[in-house]
Design a protein around this ligand. Sequence first.
Ligand code: XMP
Length: 528
Amino acid sequence: MQKIIILDFGSQTTQLIGRRVRELDTFCEILPYNKFPQGDPDIIGVILSGSPFSVYDPEAFKPDLTPIIGNYPVLGICYGAQLMAQTFGGKVEPAASREYGRANLEWFDRSNPLFKGFDENSQVWMSHGDTITAIPDGFQCIASTASVKYAAYYSSTLNADLSTRNSLWAVQFHPEVFHSLQGTQLLRNFVVDICGSRQEWSAANFVETTVAELRQQIGTDSVILGLSGGVDSSVAAVLLHRAIGDRLTCIFVDHGMLRKNEFQQVLEDYKVLGLNVVGVDASERFFTDLAGVTDPEQKRKIIGRDFIEVFNEEARKIVNSKSSDGKCRWLAQGTIYPDRIESLNITGKVIKSHHNVGGLPEEMNLQLCEPLKWLFKDEVRRVGRQLGMSEHLITRHPFPGPGLAVRILGDITPERVRVLQEADDIYIRALRAYRCEDGESLYNKVWQAGVVLLAPVRSVGVMGDERTYEHPVALRAVTSTDAMTADWAHLPYDFLANVSNDIINHVRGVNRVCYDISSKPPATIEWE
Ligand code: XMP
């Protein structure tokens, strides 16, 4: 399959470039700046990402571009544009002040193929400290903005014939971000017109080829998979089920800190999908081990450890069973592409944390099967739809592995979990029920939402003629594209007012509702 290579120089928006390319039905891989896969015949073009570095920083990433330049169409974005300018003898200098925000293009070459379909003063998004003050000989300016002379340029000598594989293009702005209003058009012009993508990457295509590959890979063996109720593991399960049917056994562990009725509901959903699921209620064990523990990291450790033990006990039974099905030799996981993208180690410059994938039960000698390992989250959802899964399962918000345990400040008791489950249930139902002007539910507008119980805090209230002295809860809702950064969601006041009333009137133990208006960074999505 044709692919675009995106070389990562450490920008926070590199993954976004990847998602935009995939939206153009074109496969792409994000690789560290110095790991260009030479000799791969499927590569049709290369994109150089932005970077937190200046090209003058001693630590700046400066790969040898010779295997790339002249062999593929190349698009440099921000730092990528500056690196190309510097490499070919242009000039990059510190700007008087860092330029951050919207700008409008002014044209030198309106008919340039990279900008086909662009409006007169198209809005773009800038975020850079250095600026290109001279482009190399043989290069031509395409567009400027009020404060950036070379907002876009290209190599006119190399580009004499567009069909050659050696065209070079560079943009100082970020076409991948939403605020560059025609950024997708620019990427389409590059990927489809200039690189010649056949746009063969689609959910239907993915399902067909992955099912065939899984059959080939697994043969007559059996597979176990841990379900979490989340989108990734559910889609992985349905895909595998399509490939090998009942030779897939899923294990779904209830640690007691799921949402209200979620264990039963999710089990039901899975049964409807025809999956063979073993549901394990291990909540007592988790509550016992968590008793009196208040430290968030300690909570995570205990839950992680117990979870692996419970999962392994069940997995061992399956591996050792003498069923008529093939021997169980595989452990499947819903790992997705962002979990695997190799992050650059840029000490103190870029904050990138990855939620790592759990380990294999060692002595069981299982091989790892990760059918979604090339997909971004939005692609997992598309594949789920292609597989006929319900919107209810596909659009479910992310939910942390340790569940409500990291949304109860202080120690965890079954009663506190019950209180939080009730408040959370009211909130989530209300988000699903509230229709926005475009007919979409508020639930689908936000990335993630939940309630936090401030168990160590008590506040005075009055209900009827009675004084109350109970706990506050905080509502959290964020918008995000990848959970690395997030904004607090601007939920309508009438919605917040109704949820607050409902929670205080119906959940015994809660007498105050707050709304969390912190973004990430500096806060995080979860409170613990
Ligand atoms: P933070 O709180 O770091 O969360 O902004 C980012 C995303 O990760 C989820 N999250 C977790 N997921 N185990 C998980 O599986 C964890 O310990 C954990 N902590 C946070 C969080 O819900 C959000 O989607």
